[in-house]
Design a protein around this ligand. Sequence first.
Ligand code: FEO
Length: 407
Amino acid sequence: MKAKAVKMADGVYWVGVIHWHSRTFHGYGIPGTTYNAYLVFGEEKTVLIDNVYRGMFEQFDARVKDAFEQEGKEFKIDVFVQNHSEMDHSTFLRQTIEEYNPDAEIYASANCIKFLEAQYHNFSDLEMNAVATGDELDIGGRTLKFISAPMLHWPDSMFTLLAEEGILFSNDAFGQHVAHSKRFDKDYSIDYLLREAQKYYANLVTLGSPMLRMKLDELTNTGLINDIKMIAPCHGQIWTNPGPIVEKYSEWGSGVCKDKITVIYDTMHHSTEKLAYQIAEGIMSEGVEVELYFMQEDGPDDVITDILDSKAIALGAPTMMNKPFPRIGNMMYWLDCVNFKGTGSEKNALIFSSKGWGGGAVAKLQNDLEAAGFTVTDTLDVLFVPDEDVMAEAFEKGAELARSIKE
Ligand code: FEO
C-alpha cells in the first residue's frame, strides 16, 4: 500500500490513518475518524508519537515510510513517545518497535506503562521510561516537553510539546471524530469542527472537566499556553489556530451554558410526545433555544452533546409497568455516566409523563436525575391522553422552565 505523510512543519509529519467507515466508538455514533500519529525528526533522534488501531497497520506503515522518504532518511525510529495506552493509539506499538528499532527509547507516563502491559501482556521485557510534567528530552536541536494530563481522558493521558515549534501533541484532548481527506482545521468550516469537538468533549471528556480546569490554569500560569502555536490531537483535524478550541474547552470545562433547553422524550401512544412538543412551545415562547430528541430515533450521543451547553433539560417518558418506558433508561445511564455537575454547571430539569393508572415514571426519573446531579424543579404526571387544559399546563411549565434559566 502507498500512503503519503502530511508535512506539518519542517521535519514534522502526520503519519496517522483515516478510518473512513468507522461508525461507532466508545458506544456512540461517529461519521468515521482518524487515528493520528506523528513523526518528528530531530538532528540526532527521530521520534514517533503515538500509534494506531487494529486493522490499520498497513496504512500507518506506508505513511511512516513515506515520511522517511520525504526526509531522505533511513527507516529508523530512535524514540517512541506514547501519550496514552488506549488501543486506538497503541495496538501496533510493539510491532512498530520491532520493525523500526528494538533498541529504541520509549517514553510514557507511569500509568501508561502499567496500562500497556495490562492490555497487551508483552511489554514487560522492554525498558520503558516513565515521564511526567517537568521532564524533557533533547532530540538534537529540538526539545520534547512532557506534560502529565490525567483524566484527559484516562489516568494515563499525557501531552507532549515540541517546544521550538510550539506543537502540542495532545492525544485525545481537543480531538474530533471526523474522517476527511485534508488534515488541518483551516480546510473545513470552523463551526462544523467545533460542533464535532463539542460532541467529542461531551461524550468523552466531560468527566475530566475538573482536571481540565486545573490543566488550563497550569498552562496559563507557567506561560506555556502562549507557546502553543498548533494542537495536534489523536483524532480529527489538527488545530493550526488553537484559539477557538482552547476557548471552547475552557467554556465546556467550566460549565458555561447558553439560554438553551434540551427536551428528551420517548412515547408509547404519542401522549408523552404531545407533552414534549407543547413544553417545547412554552420554552420557545420565552425566546429560549430548544433542541428536541425522540429516543426511538435519536442517539444519546447527540443528546449529551446538546445538554453540555444547555442550562436545563425536560425529560419525558410514559409509565410502563410502574416504571419509565425502558428505552429512556439507556439515555438515563448516559446522563449518569458523564457527570455534567463536574463542569460546575447547575442544570434544572422538568420531568413529564403520561401514565395509564398508578404511574411510577416520574418518581423513578426524579430519583435518577437527582443522583446524576440535576435539580428537578417541576414535574407533570398526566393520566392517559392530555386534554386542552393539560396541554395549556404543559405549555406553561415549559415557559416557566425557560424563565428559570434566563439571566
Ligand atoms: Fe482515542 Fe482514549 O483513545
